[in-house]
Design a binder for this molecule. Structure first.
Ligand code: GLY
Length: 526
């Protein structure tokens, strides 16, 4: 079973599985296919995380997150008065972190792949050369960024049509086809060295960026030790730092179990209020205690310590609103990304979340290379106390340093019961990734909703600051719940869709694939 943001990518992954490939082979093929048909977030110019559980019961986490270029400095996005310069960390060439995706795919293939590397990339080459067809959502998202593409990429014809795009238009990406062919033939060297690397550096120089050839050459993915926590008898296996997602998810699940969340009806006002209160605490910790573990000692065990958490959730009661100003990090010492989930006949389960950060990254296209570069530098804290594009706060733990990975919210997660995967899940959505994954776990495993029903439920989100409870529009249909929350003092705000969970749920002997109805996501299985 493969579930991803696009039908084309899910079918390519399924094909790999049906040819006898394992979930890791399929993951490589899906990742490169998404770089073609889901340029909003699928990428070779970005980075991501893989969380997997092998058929033999090994839990693994691969970090192929982007890094700050060697020439990056702590105050690079501040003006002479120390104020953050708008858009510098989100748009254009200075926003680019060193891409990790191609290295990540090769690293995971070398360790766990069984089919030849080239065979896994050629379907993406084919898709680039033959083209993919734009959906309604693609058209909305592409036309929305016309002005940015126009100003940042005067030499590029891709995604810069003189006419607005229409549903059904075919996008052929000849340059990307050549780039992917090079990677298919030469592996990661085809990207981090030679003509493609030169094109990247030329493009960066054209826009006064700081990424260098040495940054590309020095990039290396890192195997990390997954975090594992318990929740109502399930084992939750999730992503460690430099993601904040795993720690925050495990903190919230633990506190919710202790607060006896199961006593309350799903989506009742009490249920929402308890979840909002634990989200407030977890995101407060995220802002202060988390960063790249290679640069900042993230004390995961202290943050997940039951005694520590007990002190945090003491006092939380249903419908008792705690203003964020009364909550501080504990003392211990256009959002877009994409997620896909895969399980194979051997019992391997793979969850990958990968990103350019904003939709279409920093809107910088590598001239001649045919692909977009990330704007992941905005995931650093440019200045303590000043929110990034997702409204997230940070300080020195996540300050910019050369070669450091920026803190992420990506939360690829696998839940096991009796040592076997029962849920493979993850989501895009910037700050809302963690809370979307949390809700998916609660809906399917605690409240036994089918995956289809779970994905259709309206989501909500809270992140400490701003002190608002964000609600998807559909919540307006639940007026009595909304009234109760308002009466209890919760500051509510409606917004567009939250998260896009692509998950696989095992019930009995069957795997159910669920592509989030908020997008064009699709599952494919046999
Ligand atoms: N770029 C979104 C994240 O990593 O959290």
């Amino acid at each position: 079973m493969v579930v991803s943001a696009r039908e084309e990518a899910s079918r390519i992954g399924l094909d790999v599985l049906m040819k006898g490939g394992n979930a890791f082979d399929a993951a490589v093929a899906v990742h490169f296919a998404l770089a073609v048909c889901y340029p909003q977030a699928g990428n070779i110019g970005g980075g991501g995380f893989m969380l997997a559980r092998t058929a033999s019961g090994e839990n693994v986490a691969l970090d192929f997150r982007e890094k700050a270029p060697a020439a990056a400095t702590r105050d690079m996005y501040l003006d002479a008065d120390g104020n953050v310069i708008p858009n510098l960390s989100t748009l254009g060439h200075l926003a680019v972190g060193v891409p990790g995706s191609v290295d990540g795919m090769e690293t995971l293939h070398q360790k766990y792949g069984t089919l030849p590397w080239k065979d896994l990339i050629m379907p993406a080459v084919d898709l680039a050369e033959k083209g993919f067809i734009l959906t309604e959502l693609d058209v909305i998202e592409l036309n929305q960024y016309f002005a940015d593409f126009e100003s940042l990429n005067p030499y590029n014809k891709y995604f810069r049509s003189s006419q607005p795009y229409k549903v059904g238009d075919t996008i052929v990406q000849a340059h990307l086809g050549i780039t992917l062919r090079k990677i298919a033939n030469d592996g990661k060297k085809g990207f981090y060295d030679g003509p493609i690397a030169s094109m990247i550096i030329k493009e960066i120089k054209r826009g006064n960026g700081i990424l260098t050839f040495e940054d590309l050459q020095n990039y290396q993915s890192v195997w990390r030790t997954p975090l594992i926590g318990k929740f109502y008898g399930y084992d939750i296996i999730t992503m460690p730092p430099p993601s904040s997602g795993g720690i925050a998810l495990l903190q919230m699940l633990h506190m919710l179990e202790k607060l006896k969340i199961k006593k309350y009806k799903i989506n009742s006002a009490e249920y929402l209020s308890l979840i909002v209160e634990v989200e407030r605490l977890a995101y407060a910790d995220r802002s202060h205690h988390m960063g790249d573990p290679d640069f900042y000692k993230v004390n995961s065990s202290a943050l997940l310590d039951q005694g520590y958490l007990k002190g945090r959730y003491a006092g939380i009661k249903p419908l008792k609103y705690t203003p964020s100003v009364n909550v501080t990090p504990g003392k211990t010492e256009s959002e877009q990304t994409t997620h896909f989930s895969i399980v194979d006949k051997f019992g391997n389960a793979v969850a990958i979340t990968t990103t350019l950060n904003s939709r279409f990254g920093g809107k910088v296209f590598v001239t001649g290379g045919g692909f977009l570069l990330n704007n992941e530098m905005d995931d650093f804290s440019s200045k303590a106390g000043v929110p990034n594009q997702f409204g997230l706060l940070g300080d020195s733990a996540n300050a910019i340093e050369p070669g450091k990975r920026m803190l992420s919210s990506m939360t690829p997660t696998i839940v096991c019961k009796n040592k076997k995967p029962v849920l493979i899940t993850g989501s895009p959505g910037g700050a809302t990734i963690i809370t979307s994954v949390l809700q998916n776990i609660l809906q399917t495993l605690l409240y036994n909703k089918s995956l289809k029903d779970a994905l259709a439920m309206p989501r909500f989100h809270h992140q400490w600051y701003p002190d608002k409870v964000y609600l998807e529009e559909d919540w307006s249909l639940y007026s009595s719940i909304i009234d109760q929350l308002k009466k209890a003092g919760y500051p509510l705000e409606y917004r567009g869709s939250i998260g896009r969970v692509d998950a696989i749920l095992k019930k009995g002997k069957l795997y159910y694939g669920g592509g989030d109805p908020r997008g064009d996501d699709m599952s494919a299985g046999y």
